[in-house]
Design a protein around this ligand. Structure first.
Ligand SMILES: Cc1cc2nc3c(=O)[nH]c(=O)nc-3n(C[C@H](O)[C@H](O)[C@H](O)COP(=O)(O)OP(=O)(O)OC[C@H]3O[C@@H](n4cnc5c(N)ncnc54)[C@H](O)[C@@H]3O)c2cc1C
Ligand code: FES
Length: 283
C-alpha cells in the first residue's frame, strides 16, 4: 500500500486504459476507457448526467461528462473537444495508454422521477455528449419509460456528432428522432435545416404533465428551448438541464464552481428549471 492510499485521499485517481478512440469531427475525439483493475471496471457505478475528473500526471485534471450508459458496464465513453492544456496532451495518447480518473461526480439526472413518463431529449452541439448517456439508458430500459423523442441540432452536417449511430436510431420504432443543422452548404443533408427550436413544430401533441424533458447545449440555446417547453406546459420541475461551470476539485471543496450558494459540482451539474429560476443568472 502506498502512502497516498493509507491516508484517505478523496483526490486519489485510479488508473484506466484508453481501449479505443476515434475522431468524431475535427478536434473532437471519442474515447472508450476502462479501469485498469478488472473488478473496478465491472463494479463502477454511475448515473447518466454524472462526470469524471480525468488527469494526466504533470499536465492537469479536468471534468468530462460520461457519455456511455450504466446499463452497459465495463467501458466508460467520453466525447472530448481539444481545447487546451490537458486535452492537447490527451489527444497525443494512443490505445492502451494509461490515464487517470476519479469519480463519478455530480448528481446526475433524476431517473426515478422520469420513470413511467414520456421523455423528450433536446441536445445542441456538444450538449449531446452527456445526453447520449440518458438516451441509451432509456433505450436499454425501454419498458420503464413512455414515448421517447430525441431532438438534436448541430451547426452544420460536418459538426453533427455520432451521425452513424444517431441515423441508425431512426429505424427503430420505439423512438422518434428529429435532427437539424443551422446551415447546410453540402446539399447532401436530408434532415431539417434551422435552429433546434424549429424541431418543436414536428412534435405530436403531448400530454405535458406526463412529459419529462432533458436539455443540454450551448448557453444561448437554453432560453429558447425552455420557452418552447414552457409553451408546451411541461411543469418546471420536469425540465432538467445539465450546466457547465469551471470546476477544479469536483467534490465541493475548492469553491471554483460556486454560484450563489450552489456548488455546481455536487448540487449539479443537473438542475431542474424550477431550481434555475431561484438563482440569478444560473443560465
Ligand atoms: C461537468 C463538466 C462536464 C464537462 N464535460 C465535457 C465533455 O464531455 N467534453 C468536453 O470536451 N468538455 C467537457 N467539459 C469542459 C472541459 O472540462 C474543459 O474544456 C476543460 O477545461 C478542458 O481542459 P484543458 O486543460 O484541455 O483546457 P484548458 O487549458 O483548461 O482551457 C481551454 C480553454 O477553455 C476555457 N475553459 C476551461 N474550462 C471551461 C469551462 N468549464 N467552461 C467554459 N470555458 C472553459 C479556458 O478558459 C480556455 O480558454 C466539461 C466541463 C464540466 C464542468
Ligand atoms: S469544483 Fe471545487 S467546489 Fe465545485
Amino acid at each position: 500500500m502506498t502512502v497516498t492510499e493509507q491516508i484517505d485521499n478523496p483526490y486519489l485517481p485510479e488508473p484506466a486504459r484508453i481501449v479505443r478512440h476515434f475522431d468524431m469531427i475535427d478536434d473532437h475525439r471519442f474515447f472508450w476507457i476502462r479501469h485498469r483493475d478488472e473488478e473496478r471496471a465491472m463494479s463502477f457505478k454511475y448515473k447518466p448526467g454524472q462526470f469524471i475528473m480525468l488527469s494526466l500526471p504533470g499536465v492537469g485534471e479536468s471534468p468530462f461528462s460520461i457519455s456511455s450508459t450504466p446499463s452497459r458496464p465495463g467501458i466508460l465513453e467520453l466525447g472530448i473537444r481539444k481545447t487546451g492544456k490537458l486535452t492537447d496532451v490527451l489527444f497525443q495518447k494512443k490505445d492502451n495508454d494509461l490515464i487517470y480518473i476519479r469519480g463519478p461526480y455530480g448528481n446526475g439526472f433524476q431517473i426515478n422521477q422520469m420513470k413511467g413518463k414520456d421523455i423528450l431529449i433536446v441536445a445542441g452541439g456538444l450538449g449531446v455528449i452527456p445526453l447520449r448517456s440518458i438516451l441509451y439508458y432509456v433505450l436499454d430500459n425501454r419498458d420503464q419509460f413512455g414515448r421517447l423523442y430525441f431532438m438534436y441540432g448541430a451547426r452544420s452536417p460536418s459538426e453533427f456528432l455520432f451521425a452513424n449511430e444517431f441515423f441508425q436510431l431512426k429505424d427503430r420504432e420505439d423512438i422518434e428522432c428529429f435532427y437539424t443543422v443551422d446551415q447546410d452548404s453540402t446539399g447532401d443533408w436530408t434532415e431539417y435545416v434551422g435552429v433546434v427550436t424549429r424541431l418543436f413544430e414536428n412534435l405530436p401533441k403531448l400530454e405535458a404533465k406526463n412529459v419529462n424533458a432533458v436539455v443540454c447545449g450551448p448557453p444561448i440555446m437554453y432560453k429558447f428551448v425552455i420557452n418552447e417547453l414552457l409553451e408546451l406546459k411541461i411543469p418546471k420541475n420536469q425540465i432538467q438541464m445539465t450546466l457547465e461551470r469551471r470546476m477544479k476539485c469536483g467534490i465541493g471543496k475548492c469553491g471554483h464552481c460556486v454560484h450563489d450558494h450552489i456548488y455546481t459540482c455536487i448540487d449539479g451539474p443537473v438542475f431542474n428549471y424550477f431550481q434555475v429560476t431561484q438563482f440569478k443568472e444560473l443560465i
